[in-house]
Design a protein around this ligand. Structure first.
Ligand code: NCD
Length: 339
């Protein structure tokens, strides 16, 4: 079972398993979760065979930031397992948050409605931790600003482990906006957890413009965990050595908004630079080894050219598909008493 995380003072003594950070998982828990995802995936082309093990459960989705994949796959995962799903998109606009309600109060109210778990995406780093501090039911962090996105990291690692032969240390290249990408931050933390107790699971290449490099906190965590990493800003060199090429978009929304309501000039400049020097297309793809697995958390906005989609190394849509099975496995583990 997942370990309880972040139980605040106000919360009663029951065991609550929140999913707040990729750093909370042990290798054993990850292997169990991935085996369970395999099982759901094996039933995937016969949806009617999914067990309705959550048919007395209710899952609430509170999305204060835009989402397609995370929200849809959580909703479908819960529904395929028989749960009732309630929620609001654009919660900042359409929930009582628009009137100034705190996330803590929203969580307290949902608990009164007998909801069993709340999935939260929020623009502020730490928002899910705040929610978990007052919650008597599991809170799942579906992305908190530029903080973390642990369930994306789960599906990313699952995809990597199922696709890459591990007869030697693998090289994972992260490319693009490494500073602001919460998926990269969470995946680094998950790789640290997964490799603890073993060695030589992976080395990392961080390929980005100098202005958007990996944050100091994760950098320190990698050093302490003994995961080697190298930074470079030449795409061909970063591509040549990799087994996994993990591309990311420039997170324009994390640079703030200019006085005209548009992205700041800095954000636009970084975006231009990434399009010019860090883009994967059929021309740059020749530097990738033939066995490379190309991933992207999506959405992409030009940093992978659509012409690359038919390349056998393109696996980002399959990666997104794995999100369904990982989230089924997670909800089943958290909410089903025999899960
Ligand atoms: C990511 C996110 O929200 O951080 N998207 C997702 O959930 N698949 C990546 C991104 O928005 O760039």
């Amino acid at each position: 079972m997942l370990k309880p995380v972040g139980c605040g003072k106000e919360v009663d003594k029951r065991m609550i398993s929140h999913v707040l950070s990729a750093a909370q998982f042990s290798r054993g828990e990850l292997d169990e979760l991935f085996d369970r995802a395999d099982w759901f995936r094996s039933l995937g082309d016969r949806k009617q065979n999914f067990p309705h093990e959550l048919n007395e459960k209710t899952v609430a989705l509170l999305f204060y930031e835009p989402s397609t994949r995370t929200r849809m796959s959580f909703e479908l995962a819960a529904k395929y397992l028989g749960a009732t799903v309630v929620g609001t998109e654009a919660a900042g606009m359409f929930s009582s948050a628009a009137k100034g309600e705190t996330i803590e109060d929203t969580v307290r109210v949902l608990t009164e409605y007998l909801v069993d778990a709340i999935v939260i995406r929020h623009k502020q780093r730490g928002a899910s931790h705040d929610a978990a501090g007052v919650s008597t039911i599991p809170i799942i962090n579906a992305g908190d600003g530029d903080g973390e996105h642990p369930t994306q990291a789960l599906l990313d690692l699952y995809t990597i482990l199922r696709m890459v032969k591990r007869d030697r240390e693998m090289t994972i290249t992260f490319c693009g906006d490494i500073e602001h990408s919460r998926t990269v931050r969470s995946l680094c933390r998950l790789l640290i957890r997964y490799s603890s107790g073993t060695h030589n699971l992976c080395r990392l290449i961080l390929c980005s413009p100098r202005t958007i490099r990996l944050g100091e906190d994760i950098r320190q965590e990698l050093v302490i965990a003994g995961i080697p990493f190298e930074e470079m800003s030449l795409l061909p060199r970063a591509m040549k050595q990799c087994d996994v090429f993990y591309q990311t978009r420039v997170q324009m929304e994390r640079f703030g908004i200019g006085p005209d309501g548009q992205p700041t000039p800095e954000a636009r400049e970084v975006h231009r630079l990434v399009q010019e020097r860090f883009r994967l297309d059929n021309r740059t793809a020749r530097f990738l080894p033939p066995h490379a697995v190309v991933l992207h958390p999506l959405p992409r906005v030009g940093e992978i050219a659509p012409e690359f989609d038919t390349d056998p190394r393109a696996h980002y849509f399959q990666q997104a598909g794995n999100g369904l099975y990982i989230r089924m496995a997670l909800l089943s583990t958290l909410l089903h008493s025999d899960g």
